[in-house]
Every structure is written in structure tokens, then in C-alpha cells.
Write a protein that binds this ligand. Structure first.
Ligand code: NAI
Length: 384
């Protein structure tokens, strides 16, 4: 069928198979251009199908020539409904990896569940023996724990109601948005979903099963961001969950012998997860403008390739006392943030196209779903 984008605010309900393949192909090309990394050889990526996790899988496979096992939660096509982009990305990735003679298997299911953890352990045991790198890149709205309790994460403040400018993505208008404080239960639920508990469960399960190589590295992704977004991000519910994640890295380094746990604090980028956070998309559009002008803009693949090449697989990994590696170094430079703040003060609906890179925001958005690639003929029928 002919597949067209159907955009509803911050989500697109269709995905283009050929376009998703193109997205993966371009990321592989970038990684190959950066040269070989003397890095891991057997890699597990939890949250491997889109965004930072997909970029990590591609960097491991095509930068380190590693065998990869991916875990994701994606939907297959059904009738006239296309699959999710992560499903197409994974098919494309597996095809390209196999062409290169690289092992690539993927498990589609709920990473929070013990059933999926057991399945992953079985596959590692059978196919890989052990893994030497585990990337934890889940961004999930909810988690069901072993006792059947469902925790829903929320994007709220933890103090007062916070009001600031925001981008209405339906009309590209600059409006005001107020975000309410979370209740104690909502905060606790967000920490359950996006904090470090499940990461630690994964590493403990892998270690106890003997499928984690001695000296294995595990990295989870986090975000901090500038003061501007502190009330909604860093000091908000999601930021509290990230603080829990950071503490978990410290705990794991103390408790798990032979495992090194790091946090990579990454740059703000348009992904399915981040597009849903209020206020943040306007910050993204301004940030893109400033960083592109200053020549320091990166996408997920550039971030993760730089992480592997210059910060993680180097003789001495440089971190703070919470094992944090700062990949947000360029985003948080004064010359970037001062410029962002100047634009933030001035931006309104009339000047949003001129002062921000809203076009770049939307390009990234469409590319995530396989649309707007100039070398794809979208008028052709495709098998979904
Ligand atoms: P994303 O939405 O592109 O990717 C999420 C991944 O998690 C997908 O592969 C999805 O299939 C998988 N997933 C979700 N629920 C699952 C479940 N129950 N079981 C198995 N897999 C599941 O998100 P993005 O942005 O790449 O986020 C990944 C990590 O990076 C998150 O921890 C996020 O906080 C962090 N991060 C994101 C930044 C951004 O600006 N996008 C900035 C810095 C960190």
C-alpha cells in the first residue's frame, strides 16, 4: 500500500518501511565513516529499536564488529495498520548486519518482565556464551512488576505548578503551558518505571546466570539539561527517576564484582520519548538552531559514535563520582546556553520560524517514522 504520515501532535501513527530502512542505512554509513573501534564483541542492547538504543546497536555492530542481541517493545503491522518504526528499523538492522556476517537477533517483548529476561539469558547462553557490553536504553510509559502492579510514569514537576512557553506542535504556535506537581504516588511510580531498579535487576540476572563476561561494561542513558528546563525535567518526576538511576550506577559498581556501570548523560534530541515532554520541544527547536549555527549539532548516531570512540572505549574512562560520562558537554557550553536563553526570551508565534530550527525539529520527527527522505519515492506501493 501507499504509506503516508498521519501526525497527531507529538506522534505519527504510521511508519514507512523503506524510509525506516533508509534511516538505518544512513546511520550505518555514518558509523562506518568514523572507523573501527577497539570495543566490545558481544553486546546486549535493551531498548534497541529506536533513538539512542538503535544508535548504540548500530555503533556496536558496524563500529566494533560486534554480535548484537536487541530487546524492544514494538508492534507488527496488522491489516492496514503499519508496524511501528522500531519494528521496521529492527528488520532493516538485522538485514544489514547479516549481510556483514554479523550475528543479530532481536527479542520483541516487555523488558521489565522476568520472562523476557529469562529468554534473553537462554539466547545468550546458546548463541553468544557471554556478553561484554549491556546498553540500557529503555524509555517506557509504564512497568508491570512481578506481583502484577502497574506503575505509570508521569511528566510533572515535584514542586509548584510550573508555567512557561511551549510549542503547540499541531499549529507550530508558541503558547503557554502549565505543568502541575505530581502526587507522591505519581513520583514513586515514575521512579519505578524510569529509575534504576530494572537496570539493576537485568545486570543481577545476567551475572547470576553466568552470561556476563568478567570486566563487562553496562551503560544506562540519562539527561540533565540546562536550568531552563530544570522545573520540568531535572527537578521534575523524570529527573528524580534519573537521579535514582545515577545512584544505582554507584550501587552496582560497589556490589557487582567484575562489572563496570556507567551513566552516559546524553544530549537532548527528538525521539518518540522526548517529543512527548511538554515545554521541551521548544527548547529543542532553539537548541538545534544554536548548535547547528555553531557547528556542534549532533544526532543520536553522532552522540553514540563519539561516546564509543572518545569516552567509553579509551584507556581511562573519565567520569564524576556517580560514574557519569558527559555527552551533553557541547549542549551545556555557555556559548550555547547563553544564546538559547536570548532566543527563549524573544520567541513567539510570529518569529518562531526565524528564531528557531522548527524545520529541523520536524525533519528529525518525520525521519523517525521513515518519512521525508529525499531519495525515497513515497508514491510507490510498499509491502508493510
Ligand atoms: P525511544 O523512545 O526512541 O526508545 C525507547 C526504546 O525502548 C525503544 O527501543 C522501545 O522499543 C524500547 N521499549 C520501551 N518500552 C519497552 C519495554 N517495556 N520493553 C522493551 N523495550 C521497551 O527513546 P530515547 O529517547 O532513545 O530514550 C532512550 C534513553 O535515552 C532513555 O533512558 C532516555 O531518558 C535517554 N535519553 C534521551 C534523550 C533524548 O533527548 N531523547 C536525552 C538523554 C537521554
Amino acid at each position: 500500500m501507499i504509506v503516508e504520515p498521519k501526525v497527531r501532535e507529538y506522534i505519527c501513527t504510521t511508519a514507512h518501511p523503506t524510509g525506516c530502512e533508509e534511516n538505518v542505512r544512513r546511520q550505518i554509513k555514518y558509523v562506518e565513516e568514523q572507523g573501527i573501534i577497539d570495543g566490545p564483541k558481544k553486546v546486549l542492547v535493551i531498548g534497541s529499536s529506536t533513538g539512542y538504543g538503535l544508535a548504540s546497536r548500530i555503533t556496536a555492530a558496524f563500529g566494533c564488529k560486534a554480535d548484537t542481541l536487541g530487546v524492544m517493545f514494538e508492534r507488527e503491522a496488522a491489516g492496514k495498520r503499519t508496524a511501528t518504526p522500531g519494528w521496521y528499523n529492527t528488520k532493516a538492522f538485522e538485514k544489514f548486519a547479516q549481510e556483514e556476517g554479523l550475528y543479530a537477533k532481536s527479542i520483541n517483548g516487555d523488558a521489565f518482565s522476568s520472562a523476557i529476561k529469562e529468554q534473553v539469558i537462554d539466547v545468550i547462553r546458546k548463541d553468544l556464551g557471554q556478553v561484554d557490553l549491556v546498553i540500557y536504553s529503555l524509555a517506557a510509559p509504564r512497568r508491570t512488576t512481578a506481583d502484577g502492579t502497574v506503575y505509570n510514569s508521569v511528566l510533572k514537576t515535584t514542586g509548584e505548578t510550573f508555567t512557561n512557553k511551549s510549542l503547540d506542535l499541531r499549529k507550530n504556535e508558541v503558547t503557554e503551558k502549565s505543568i502541575d506537581p505530581a502526587t507522591a504516588e505519581e513520583l514513586e511510580a515514575t521512579i519505578k518505571v524510569m529509575g534504576g531498579e530494572d537496570w539493576k535487576d537485568w545486570i543481577a540476572a545476567l551475572k547470576n546466570a553466568g552470561v556476563l563476561a568478567d570486566g563487562a561494561i553496562t551503560v544506562a542513558y540519562s539527561y540533565i539539561g540546562p536550568k531552563l528546563t530544570y522545573p520540568i525535567y531535572s527537578d521534575g518526576t523524570i529527573g528524580q527517576a534519573k537521579k535514582h538511576l545515577h545512584k544505582t550506577a554507584v550501587e552496582m559498581n560497589q556490589e557487582f564484582e567484575g562489572v563496570k556501570a556507567y551513566i552516559s548523560v546524553n544530549k537532548a534530541l527528538v525521539t518518540q520519548a522526548s517529543a512527548a515532554i511538554p515545554i521541551v520541544p521548544l527548547y529543542f527547536a532553539i537548541l538545534y538552531k544554536v548548535m547547528k549555527e555553531q557547528g556542534t549539532h549532533e544526532g543520536c548516531i553522532q552522540q553514540i559514535s563519539r561516546l564509543f570512540h572518545t569516552k567509553l572505549f579509551v584507556p581511562e574512562v573519565s567520569t564524576d563520582d556517580e560514574y557519569k560520562i558527559r555527552m551533553d558537554d557541547w549542549e551545556l557550553e555557555d556559548k550555547v546556553q547563553n544564546e538559547v536563553m536570548k532566543i527563549w526570551e524573544k520567541v513567539n508565534t510570529e518569529n518562531v520560524e526565524e528564531l528557531t530550527d522548527i524545520e529541523g525539529y520536524w525533519e528529525d520527527f518525520y525521519h523517525m517514522f521513515g518519512f521525508h527522505f529525499d531519495n525515497i519515492d513515497y508514491s510507490l506501493d510498499v509491502e508493510v
